[in-house]
Design a protein around this ligand. Structure first.
Ligand code: SF4
Length: 231
């Protein structure tokens, strides 16, 4: 589907109206805590991470403390977030790298952030946008699914979807759009059972109107006519 500028604008307005309070769901008090929480959120829900981080942040409040953590104690604390061995190694490496390369502070440029242990492009973008207010559009599993269902992107990797979204939408919309698409994916555009009947984007959505197969499930929704307002 070819999205026109006015339809993209319409999409932004509808998302903003549907999710005016959309925000980062990972509890954090500073950039360091956000990096740690985002590393823990890989393959884990934000709710689960938020149950774990209060005790974690109390025990390791600074990169210096985290750098000196005993791996078994750290693994025990973060066990319930899954992949705990790998995450524990990355967290200790994160503390050490922040101390050695950045004087114990979290850098605010994409290259330095992405070079930290356990921090890929998605985590770097989450930290840039939420901790520093720098325009970035991290693509998580929800955004990946929603963007493909809306045919905003046919990319088969998060990086390709991110590039498409950044090309389609103005830079100053990226931070809000990131949160709104995640909330939409969690609340309406569910992975297994998207609630198309109540979706505020349905008439704009080629998947919800049954015009294309759901790129996520391969199934086709019940067909309705796609109506672009003003088209
Ligand atoms: S119409 Fe359905 S598939 Fe399309 S965005 Fe809404 S919930 Fe998702």
């Amino acid at each position: 589907m070819r999205w026109t500028t006015s339809h993209l604008q319409d999409l932004l307005v509808r998302l903003a109206e549907a999710y005016p309070d959309a925000h980062c769901a990972l509890a954090h008090g500073d950039p360091f805590q956000l990096v740690v929480a985002t590393i823990l959120s890989a393959q884990c829900t934000d709710v689960r991470v938020n149950l774990v981080t209060p005790a974690l942040f109390a025990k390791y409040p600074t990169p210096a403390k985290l750098a000196q953590a005993k791996i078994l104690e750290l693994e025990t604390l973060i066990h319930s977030t899954g992949f705990f061995r790998n995450k524990a190694r990355n967290l200790i490496g994160l503390g050490q790298a922040l101390l050695e390369r950045h004087s114990g502070t979290v850098p605010s440029d994409p290259q330095s952030l992405s070079a930290l242990p356990g921090v890929g492009q998605k985590t770097a973008n989450v930290v840039l946008s939420n901790a520093f207010g720098i325009s970035a559009l991290a693509v998580d599993t929800h955004i990946f699914r929603v963007a493909r269902r809306l045919e905003l992107s046919a990319g088969n990797t998060p990086g390709k979807v991110e590039a498409d979204l950044c090309r389609l939408f103005p830079r100053d919309t990226w931070i809000a759009l990131h949160h709104q698409l995640i909330w939409h994916g969690r609340r309406v555009c569910d992975a297994r059972k998207p609630r198309c009947e109540e979706c505020p984007l349905r008439d704009l959505c080629p998947t919800g109107t049954g015009r294309i197969e759901d790129p996520h499930s391969g199934k086709r929704m019940r067909k309705t006519r796609t109506v672009f307002p003003g088209a």
